[in-house]
Write a protein that binds this ligand. Sequence first.
Ligand code: 5RP
Length: 222
Amino acid sequence: MSVRISPSILSADFVNLERDLGRISDADLVHVDVMDNHFVPNLTLGLPIVQRIQEVSALPLDVHLMIDDPDTWAPKYAETGAFSVTFSAEAAADPKKLARDIRSTGSRVAVAVKPGTAIEPWLDMLDDLDMILVMTVEPGFGGQSFIEAAMPKLAAARRAVDASGLDVWLEVDGGINEQTIVTAVRNGADTLVAGSAVYGKADGPTPNERIAALRRAAGPVA
Ligand SMILES: O=C(CO)[C@H](O)[C@H](O)COP(=O)(O)O
């Protein structure tokens, strides 16, 4: 099986979002970064725009919430019809209830852990999760360098998921390119977010060609 590629529209042209969504038709998902300028020091887009992206996107939405109070807001994003909604571990008050609330809409649910956040508590609730997102940059901005120190945590998550027999996906987000994707996959990732590596340059290969190059670099996963 090939890895799943989830291009981040954080690096797309927000004024030409529909055009840029059309340029990643070979991707598996589209990664939508919601930032509130509280949980992270950056502001992107909110519910009405996610709703419109949902209406025009041919790809399933992989919504990544970098916001305070996901317990209130995440189910509302899930109700847009998003394929998957990820809340930030550090912001959730009652993660088990939140996971149930998101799943009750029909959406998949995931938790994201920052580079400095322990993974162990989340490995004890794998039954409640469809995906774990290991952040390999401090959340907030595209174009940062991959933090390799997050890899032991990813490898621990891979061991726990394999031991559980559950179909929990492992996603990595931040600094993914044709070199770092190899490291991430070797440590257990099956789903890769890439922003600047897909959209970052106006000249050269197209976004779809860059997606193909990432897949080739990653190789097959089990
Ligand atoms: O969540 C994010 C930042 O918080 C972005 O999705 C991520 O950084 C992708 O951008 P790039 O591939 O350029 O690092």
